[in-house]
Design a protein around this ligand. Structure first.
Ligand SMILES: Cc1ncc(COP(=O)(O)O)c(C=O)c1O
Length: 391
């Protein structure tokens, strides 16, 4: 992000954002596909030899998916809807890893019919359901066991997934039961991997390293009994900075993360897989919104914009602090709450924020909204969904 000739620009090629607002109708998510390419290539280089399955829940925009497919990515999906979108966007069933705690009978039957590359199983009843359905269908499901190592990665509690009180994955104490189930269903289930995903927005790696170390012996033990076990999927979760754009520091965190991963897992006899989402897309998108009113009360100044928590829920849901910048650079400053039109007091993008001086009709960009932005949008208050533009 950078101002050139006082215009806010996005991505490595510094594309100006203001021209996109010429016929502005409602809030717009803008994604820079060159930036996506740059991020994917940086991660693929750091995690050399690892197969990347982009976690498409972060941003399932079809052009984003097509770009990532072209670059060699697979797709990590969590619903039949995501499977369909991935297939429509050019991924093959051999590119798809299917995670999620609540797969329905219909979804599993479809995954089996299609022959999805890997189903990441999140509970014993799910494993039993897959075994039974695959048997009935005369199929052999390719499954990975998602294990929950009970470690803390020090992130927001709503995006932590690797603690024992989270609903995700299976406790290590369940391994004997899982083995029994796998053997009962040996005709219809093939164990191909183990997987983990500890949560999102991870910026330090002590818990992550601990998890890898806990799972290594489990992998080796399982491999002795299940010769088909050949993949270790270490999930996604690498974080980004929202309060600044410091790509160099993020690159060094990526290197640290890659080193821990590759050093710890190098002696396993298996293929490595990862499911990154936020790190690939977060910086590549912004949400552009228009200032409607400047409202002053005895307590505060409110900048009321036309995007709301229904368009970008991260500040309301996770107390996320996105940078907010006017599209046209302003030398003056004002302090304000930047809020949306939704009838909830949690409908804000920032509180007491220093913002370039803006007026009615100006445009501002909520930065770093490329991941978990549009994908979490709703029509609450019957507001229209934002537009999406790829540049
Ligand atoms: C199973 C799984 N894999 C990967 C991811 C991607 O995480 P992130 O966007 O933090 O990389 C998620 C996100 O919640 C997930 O649930």
């Amino acid at each position: 992000m950078e101002y050139i000739n006082n215009e806010l620009c996005l991505g490595p090629l510094k594309k100006p954002l203001a021209p996109l607002c010429a016929n502005y109708m409602r809030p717009i998510y803008v994604y820079d596909l060159d930036f996506v390419t740059q991020r994917f290539q940086a991660m693929a280089k750091a995690l050399k030899g690892v197969r990347l399955f982009y976690a498409m829940k972060a941003n399932p925009n079809a052009e984003v998916l097509q770009r990532l497919k072209t670059l060699g990515s697979g797709a990590d999906v969590v619903s039949l809807g995501e499977i369909k979108r991935a297939l429509e966007s050019g991924f093959s069933v051999q590119d798809i890893v299917y995670s999620g705690v609540g797969k329905t009978v219909h979804e599993i039957n479809e995954a089996l019919r299609l022959g999805i590359y890997q189903i990441n199983v999140e509970s014993l009843p799910e494993l039993e359901r897959i075994g039974k359905l695959a048997l009935e269908a005369g199929k052999k499901a390719q499954v990975a066991l998602r294990l929950n190592p009970d470690v803390d990665i020090k992130t927001h509690p709503y995006i932590a997934t690797g603690l024992k009180d989270n609903k995700f994955g299976m406790e290590l104490s369940l391994i004997p039961d899982l083995k029994k189930c796998l053997k009962n269903y040996s005709a219809s289930i093939e164990l191909v991997g183990i997987s983990l995903h500890l949560g999102s927005q991870m910026l330090e790696f002590t818990g992550y390293q601990e998890a890898l170390q806990k799972l290594k012996p489990v992998f080796k033990d399982l491999q002795k009994e299940f010769a088909t076990l050949k993949r270790f999927d270490f999930g996604g979760g690498l974080g980004i900075f929202y309060d600044r754009l410091d790509l160099e520091l993020e690159e060094s965190l990526l290197q640290e993360y890659a080193k821990i991963t590759l050093d710890t897992l190098s002696d396993l006899d298996c293929e490595l897989q990862s499911e990154p989402g936020r790190w690939l897309l977060g910086h590549c998108g912004v949400l552009i919104t228009q200032v409607q009113y400047i409202k002053k009360t005895s307590a505060k100044t409110f900048v009321i914009v036309d995007a709301g928590m229904n368009h970008l829920i991260r500040p309301s849901l996770y107390e996320a602090d996105h940078m907010i910048l006017p599209l046209g650079k302003s030398l003056e400053n004002m302090k304000a709450d930047i809020v949306g039109p939704i009838c909830e007091s949690s409908d804000f993008f920032a509180k007491d924020r220093s913002l370039g001086s803006v007026k009615e009709g100006d445009f501002v960009a909520v930065m770093d909204s490329g991941a978990y932005g549009y994908s979490m949008a709703s029509v609450y208050n019957l507001q229209e969904l934002p537009l999406e533009i790829c540049i």
